[in-house]
Design a protein around this ligand. Sequence first.
Ligand SMILES: Cc1ncc(COP(=O)(O)O)c(C=O)c1O
Length: 397
Amino acid sequence: MQSDTVLIEDYYNSEDFAAIKNFADGKETPFVVINNNIILHHYNELTDNFPYAKIYYAIKANPGNEILSLLRDRGSNFDVASIYELDKVLNLGVSPDRCSYGNTIKKRKDIRYFYEKGVRLFVSDSEADLRNIAREAPGVKVYIRLLTEGSHTADWPLSRKFGCQTDMAVELLLLAKELGLVPYGVSFHVGSQQRDIGAWDAAIDKVKAIFDWLRDECDIRLKMINMGGGFPANYLNRTNDLATYAKEITHYLEDDFGDDMPEIILEPGRSLCSNAGVLVSEIVLISRKTATSLHRWVYTDVGMFSGLIETLGEAIKYPIFVEKSGEREECVIAGPTCDSADIMYEDHKYELPLSIEIGDRLYWFSTGAYTTSYSAVEFNGFPPLKQYVIGAGTDQA
Ligand SMILES: Cc1ncc(COP(=O)(O)O)c(C=O)c1O
């Protein structure tokens, strides 16, 4: 079990945290502050560790304009999930050849929309979708998404719903050719916040089998592997660092592909943005259910429906920092709405100081990804979670 005593220095350098804290002081809670300097640091770390890969930022992690602009200026490409995300990046001046339509679930008219806007790279994992792509986006490059193992070692698994088995992937790539599309490559996503680096090994082995079979049996030469996201953010449950992920994954690729390395795409979301964000909330109420109860209930002004949905099943355990210290006691931590599902942590009881009071602030570290974009628009009347962006590319140093 990790200690719940969260130290700033385990998550932020003092300068980056001071910038966030100074900006946050005095502002009405709840809100997230993103420090773009930290996103930039993670982007550079990723490109340094995977110098051979093309980055397609998964916009869904955080679609903030300042973040998209920062990554646009750094040369990133974009993994786009919907026509709305597409409009967003195109309006920011990103050219369509830097976009991939990365959602396997799409309407025919949306496929047409992407095609008309100039996007030429599409994912698929089913025959019906592939036929729609052939009809609405003739001649584009397609890559087929594989089902992957490893959902039990990912904190936020993405399996079952997406991808198909290896045999079907081969059939779909053959069908793509028949339909006049370009069978371009294979993708997978090993699950978000994947703690087992071996999950990439198993997936790359499957991809290699597909590449070999299509080359040997059908003279189709695939050109690209899209290895998705899954790279780590810094939460309470620690992972290896990115350099270790990169070293291992590069070995797996070299073992399978040697000198014949295809184009490699990465689609990071969480690993770029999470650590850059601090969600600042205020304690609304502290209570006990009986006079002798050994733990308190701490209700805060942010909850499951206002950005913390990834606490569902207590999957993601955010580090929670408070400015008070002293003797600690276990707490259940819950949100402000009239819905009993709005409890973030009950099984895993965070220990917070006995001295905390109503009105004190809780700082939720590593909340820069999958928080503001998930927030409900009006549940119980509460407005969506606000986001401020400071640092690189903004006028807030
Ligand atoms: C297709 C696709 N690519 C990339 C990502 C980003 O993954 P992560 O946040 O683990 O980096 C996601 C997340 O849902 C995804 O659906």
